[in-house]
Design a protein around this ligand. Structure first.
Ligand code: BGC
Length: 734
């Protein structure tokens, strides 16, 4: 299906039940909220500020205020586990498993961001969830962060644009999105204790813009505070982040919830902007007791009274430490979200679950996310008529990923693995020999027997395809058996695990027509074999339809159009977080000395050659750029360019606009992404593409003046197909 047809079809399907996201603040609702709050006892008020089970918070029955039910997020509605932490059995909770965050970002297609959010919103409605805990927009600072797979990009602008689509998609279904983890949560190892220190400029230019876009343009209803500390104070009750910036400068009217167990102090949480406390460790500690009690029907209700925003908050209000107006303001925010999601005073859409349309969105996102990194001598796409036999190698070819990674796990209705995708696409026409090649297991070394088997299969096939790279964990049935792309752990290094390098080198020798498909949450060290590999694809965690999407790309039924949302360094030490800054820090403090030089901002400015640059991604066709023009239009700058598909296949190009300030008072990156557009072109077709840059596109955050500044002078507008593939530039005085 063409993208245009898909979008029309998706729009029609999603139109049932979709409502325009309600503005959070409107005077009529505020009056109703005042009345409701006026009827509540102090105990009822405090009751609403904390969880009353693993994923719900209390309502006030007598006043018609329901419980709030939250659910992860971010790429599917989480499996059911009732009110405790034990997965329910025999329930209908196997849903749509979407490609993960960085796959979504790799599409560079904001309409797909919306479609993605719509699926989540619709399935959340069907499953009775009020808030979806996503999107995750933390900046991909180091390739080692265990949760990069849930996040979007190293670039704040791309992250923001994709997040806005996602949020509107969710909220137009009448469900609230919850952007997370606010803020500066860029490592997992010590996420609960680490104190992040960074300059104000890095905060404003790199780490906050996606959150700001989510709030001011996406109109997100809720924000999740993160686990870490920021400049000495826990982020979830950080005065500067919450009161001054989020609720002050950005005017956020919705609710701030904690991450699960990120509140540490009652008074700070009350005064510094936490509105709803979820998942506090106390409950985790007592969960086994509560589950036994629950089974006996005598659940220990007191557990939740021990939350920071429970009994101790009540005491503080009663003894005058904190005025009741502080509590009322929190309730107002919670109730606003309830009104705008029609939890009170309205009828929620029913939503739908596991529909063909949802699965089609999962497929479409995967198809557009896959990045063709390298393709020498047009090895790809494979041609069915010419390639009579293939060897499919690697445990990732048969690995299902939906239940891996931690809190973002999804019970997928089905998950098409790469081997299944290839088998169903090829039918009987092509012989497929599968060889496992390596074993995913803790401490696993190379297994010569498996390598020999793979080499033999590759030798006797016309082409070989190795599915390799990362995997979430070893045994997804065990919560703490996470390994690489997972919550609570960072990758120990960038090296391929399970000595996959050895396998790849042997197979490349055995069959020069070997295609490498990397799976997982981003960069991996490919330096041992990259020069010998003719064709390389990045497949991410591509969701329930991933295997089909990969097969279609490999055989040219889909022309790849994904572009990297993060730089792939050649070596870990080339990454700015590791080279200039600290990753994991020392004595509980991590200093972001890499400052604003994150991702390509570093590689370009410091002239470090990456393995694959930000924005890179090849196609089976080629695109020509011509007639570039840059003009002023009031305070905006309009960039126009004609893009032509020079080949004989339909394809899509992502036109990327970067800005360079020729001379600035403070050092600025060589270039910064400020606009992009994905354009779909038939063979031989050309289109005039227009992109607009507003005045903010030229500003930077001036540390000593403590404000965004525009410096008069010359700027260069760079237009390209990747950050390292600039096709034209124009200078302009502004
Ligand atoms: C994660 C959040 C998640 C929450 C609830 C936490 O451990 O950091 O992202 O939403 O758990 O599952």
């Amino acid at each position: 299906m063409t993208t245009k047809k898909y979008l029309i079809c998706a729009a029609l399907l999603f139109s049932t039940g979709a409502v325009q996201a309600q503005a959070l603040y409107n005077p009529a609702t505020e009056a109703k909220i005042t009345t409701l709050i006026g009827k509540m006892t102090l105990e009822e008020k405090i009751g609403m500020l904390h969880a009353n089970s693993s994923f719900t918070s209390t309502g006030v029955k007598r006043l018609g205020i329901p419980e709030i039910t939250t659910s992860d997020g971010p790429h599917g509605v989480r499996p059911e586990h009732g009110r405790d932490w034990t997965l329910d059995e025999g329930v209908d909770d196997a849903g749509t498993y979407l490609p993960t965050g960085n796959a979504l970002a790799a599409t560079w297609n904001t309409q797909l961001g919306y479609a993605y959010g719509s699926v989540l919103g619709s399935e959340a409605n069907y499953r009775g969830k009020d808030i979806i805990l996503g999107p995750g927009v933390n900046i991909i600072r180091s390739p080692l962060n265990g949760r990069n797979f849930e996040y979007l990009s190293e670039d704040p602008f791309l992250s923001g644009r994709m997040a806005i689509g996602y949020i509107k998609g969710v909220q137009d279904q009448g469900v609230s999105a919850c952007v997370k983890h606010y803020a500066a949560n860029n490592e997992e190892t010590d996420r609960g204790t680490v104190d992040v220190q960074m300059s104000e400029r890095a905060l404003r230019e790199i780490y906050l813009p996606a959150f700001k876009a989510a709030v001011t343009e996406g109109h997100v209803h809720s924000v999740m505070g993160s686990y870490n500390k920021f400049r000495g104070q826990y982020a979830t009750h950080n005065k500067y982040l919450m009161n001054d910036i989020l609720k002050g400068q950005w005017g956020f009217q919705g609710l701030v919830m904690s991450d699960w167990g990120s509140v540490h102090d009652t008074k700070e949480a009350l005064l510094n902007g936490t509105d709803l406390e979820m998942g506090t460790d106390l409950m985790l500690m007592y969960s086994s007791v509560s589950q036994t009690d629950a089974a006996k029907g005598t659940q220990d209700k007191n557990i939740y009274d021990r939350f920071f925003l429970a009994d101790s908050a009540l005491t503080m209000v009663k003894n005058g430490t904190v005025p009741v107006s502080v509590i009322d303001e929190k309730l107002r925010r919670i109730l606003r979200v309830m009104y705008s999601t029609k939890m009170i005073d309205g009828k929620r859409a029913k939503g739908s679950y596991n529909t063909k349309a949802h699965q089609l969105t999962a497929l479409k996102v995967a198809e557009e996310a896959i990045v063709l990194l390298k393709n020498e001598n047009h090895l790809l796409p494979l041609k069915k008529a010419a390639v009579k036999s293939i060897a499919v190698i690697g445990q990732n070819a048969t690995r299902e990923n939906s239940m891996g990674g931690g809190s973002s796990q999804v019970k997928a209705k089905y998950e098409i693995t790469p081997l299944q995708g290839l088998t169903s696409l090829l039918g009987k026409q092509t012989t497929i020999a599968y060889a496992q090649g390596y074993t995913i297991a803790r401490g696993q070394k190379a297994d010569q027997r498996l390598i020999d088997e793979a080499v033999a299969a590759a030798k006797s096939a016309d082409a070989a395809i190795i599915f390799c790279g990362w995997t979430h964990g070893y045994d997804y049935a065990k919560w703490d058996d996470n390994a690489y792309d997972a919550e609570g752990v960072d990758k120990p290094s960038l090296e391929m695990p399970f000595r996959q390098d050895k396998l790849i080198k042997a197979v490349l020798k055995a069959n020069p027509k070997t295609i490498i498909v990397l799976m997982g949450g981003g960069p991996i060290d490919v330096s041992e074999w990259i020069d010998d590999a003719p064709a390389v694809i990045e497949g991410w965690y591509p969701g329930m339809e991933g295997g089909n999407a990969l097969a279609k790309v490999i055989y040219g039924e889909v022309n790849p159009s994904g572009k990297l949302p993060m730089t792939f360094p050649r070596k870990l030490n080339d990454s700015p977080a590791h080279k200039l800054g600290e990753f994991l820090g020392t004595n509980g403090i991590v200093k972001y000395n890499d400052d604003i030089f994150v991702g390509y901002r570093y590689f370009d400015t410091y002239k470090v050659k990456p393995q694959f640059a930000f924005g890179h991604g090849l196609s089976y066709t080629t695109f020509g750029y011509s007639e570039m023009a840059v003009t002023k239009a009031g305070k905006n700058v309009i960039v126009k360019v004609r893009v032509k598909n020079n080949g004989s296949r339909a394809g899509a190009e992502v036109v990327q606009v970067y800005v360079n300030q020729n001379k600035s008072e403070l050092k600025r990156p060589e270039k910064e992404l400020k606009s992009f557009k994905k354009v779909f072109l038939k063979p031989g077709e050309s289109k005039m593409v227009e992109l607009s840059l507003d005045e903010d596109s030229f500003k930077y955050f001036h540390e000593t003046r403590n404000e965004w500044v525009h410096e008069a002078g010359r700027y260069t507008i760079l237009l390209g197909a990747a950050s390292d593939d600039i096709r034209g530039s124009r200078s302009i005085d502004l």
